[in-house]
Design a protein around this ligand. Structure first.
Ligand code: FES
Length: 66
C-alpha cells in the first residue's frame, strides 16, 4: 500500500471484482488498485490521487491491550 496512494498487487495473483470477474496478475507484473475513488480507470489507479489530495492512514494502529 502506498501512503496516500493505491494498493499495489504483485503477481502472481488473481484479482476478483464485485461481479466475480477475475483478472490474473502474472509473475513479475504489478498492478495498482485505486483507493481514493477518483480514478477514471477503476478499479485501477490512474494517478488522480495526486491531484485530489487523497490522504490515507495506511498503517495499523498500535493494538491497545486492556
Ligand atoms: S489511488 Fe490512484 S487514482 Fe485513486
Amino acid at each position: 500500500m502506498e501512503p496516500n496512494g493505491p494498493y499495489i498487487v504483485h503477481g502472481p495473483a488473481v484479482i476478483v471484482d464485485a461481479d466475480g470477474h477475475e483478472r490474473e496478475v502474472a509473475l513479475g507484473h504489478t498492478v495498482k488498485l485505486c483507493r481514493c475513488g477518483h480514478s477514471a480507470t477503476k478499479p485501477f489507479c490512474d494517478e488522480t490521487h495526486r491531484t485530489v489530495d487523497f490522504v490515507s492512514r495506511p498503517r495499523f494502529e498500535p493494538e491497545v491491550r486492556r
